[in-house]
Design a binder for this molecule. Structure first.
Ligand code: SR1
Ligand code: MG
Length: 404
């Protein structure tokens, strides 16, 4: 048996020895099996189960290169960030994230609650499943994890300490490149544009200088607005879900940034599911998504206001009109980021199955152009999206435009 005093990348067998050595979760007569189940772009995820008792655990380990590309070397410190933020989010939003059992700074891994009775939300959405409680759960998660980490609520010195411990340069660089830069110029020559859409993207995205100026403004806000401790990658692949329960996972991109980054990501990824449902004629599904997109915005706003009123601590933040101004800035960022996420998942290197699984070329082009045209409006006119309906009206307007 290997010892675990020096870092190496574990395989399925190593993980069995690891959990026996490091935890008392399993009894001596346990019969353990392990399987690598990770399907993300970065890390390795193992499920270990005792076939006799059904007790199980997840082991997540960071490798020194990413799974999506061996050329991308990123700090394995991301696993410390992920396990620490999960613990913090568990305090602020109890029941909405998995429990963390152990963090190991040598093996750069952590152990957490197994959620195998849940399903990755993107997969469920690809089977047109409806999750009636999602909007309520995700807005509680966002308000309860974002607002308490701001200067509005927190002691300012404590906030700065927290900010220091969540400095995450490598992962931020990935977002700065993949979200805020490459989709608009392909300067690293690794965008994955659907062949039949190349000319359209060239003309309508790469050559639109008004759009690129607005993206530049958003990029510098992402890098400089240390507003809240954000999840940093809140798409539907970062959510484990059932009809009743929602658990947010994979916060390795967490850092102090603009809170609209999280809200905008949620909205954009619901729009991808909507477009997939639309081209596959799933009426009930897209009606639920339309309502859900609206509720994500509107419930976020009302819960934000309630949380603010109960918890604001900074004396200047209590000035009349300040909360309204602050929230309108968050909503502006939300719209801008929704537009960025819609763009980068269609043009950039990290794509989403909701769109890439559309086999019919005409439908795929339709879905892509609706998303990209909507994206441009969200980015350029981001101050005009401050209610849920503003998002769905524009979505439907673009659907109608390209259906014609
Ligand atoms: C190199 S990682 C590519 C993407 O996967 C993650 O989930 C993030 O969204 C990142 O941008
Ligand atoms: Mg992830």
């Amino acid at each position: 048996m290997k010892n675990f005093n020096e870092y190496f990348l574990m395989n399925e067998t190593d993980v069995l020895d690891y959990v026996k050595e490091k935890t008392d979760l399993f009894s001596d007569d346990s019969d353990l099996e392990s399987k690598e189940i990770g399907d993300g772009n970065l890390n390795y995820v193992f499920r270990v189960v005792d076939v006799n008792s059904d007790v199980s655990v997840i082991v997540k380990q960071a490798g020194e290169v990413t799974r999506i590309s061996e050329d991308m070397r990123i700090s394995i410190d991301r696993i410390r960030i992920e396990s620490n933020i999960l613990k913090l989010q568990g305090k602020h939003a109890t029941g909405l994230v998995p429990k963390v059992y152990l963090y190991d700074d040598v093996m750069n891994c952590f152990l957490m609650e197994d959620l195998s009775d849940h399903e990755i939300m993107r997969e469920g959405l690809l089977s047109y499943k409806i999750y009636p409680k999602f909007a309520d759960h995700i807005t509680t998660f966002m308000v309860n994890t974002l607002l308490p980490t701001t200067d509005v609520v927190m002691d300012h010195k404590e906030k700065k300490e927290l900010l220091k411990s969540f400095i995450n340069p490598d992962l931020c660089e990935i977002s700065e490149e993949l979200v805020y830069t490459e989709p608009f110029n392909d300067y690293n020559n690794r965008n994955l544009v659907f062949e039949d859409n190349k000319e359209w993207v060239e003309k309508n995205i790469y050559n639109d200088s008004e759009l690129k100026l607005e993206v530049a403004k958003l990029k510098f806000a992402f890098m400089n607005n240390a507003q809240a401790l954000i999840h940093g990658d809140l798409h539907t692949g970062s959510v484990f879900i059932t009809e009743e329960l929602t658990k947010v996972i994979d916060p390795e991109f967490a850092f102090y940034g603009p809170m609209g980054y999280d809200v905008g990501n949620v909205i954009a990824n619901l729009i991808f599911a909507y477009m997939n449902g639309y081209v596959n004629d799933k009426k009930e599904f897209i009606e639920w998504l339309e309502k859900t997109i609206e509720e994500v915005v509107d419930k976020f706003k009302s819960k934000f206001v309630d949380y603010w009123k109960d918890n604001v601590s900074d004396i200047m933040a209590k000035e009349a009109g300040f909360m309204e101004w602050y929230l309108s800035e968050v909503l502006k960022d939300t719209a801008g980021v929704a537009g960025l996420e819609l763009s980068r998942r269609i043009i950039g290197m990290a794509q989403v199955k909701d769109i890439t699984s559309i086999e019919d070329t005409e439908y795929r082009l339709f879905a892509e152009r609706v998303c990209l045209s909507l994206a441009k409006e969200l980015i350029i006119n981001r101050d005009k999206f401050n209610e849920g309906k503003h998002f769905t009206d524009k979505l439907k307007e673009n659907v109608n435009k390209y259906s014609a």
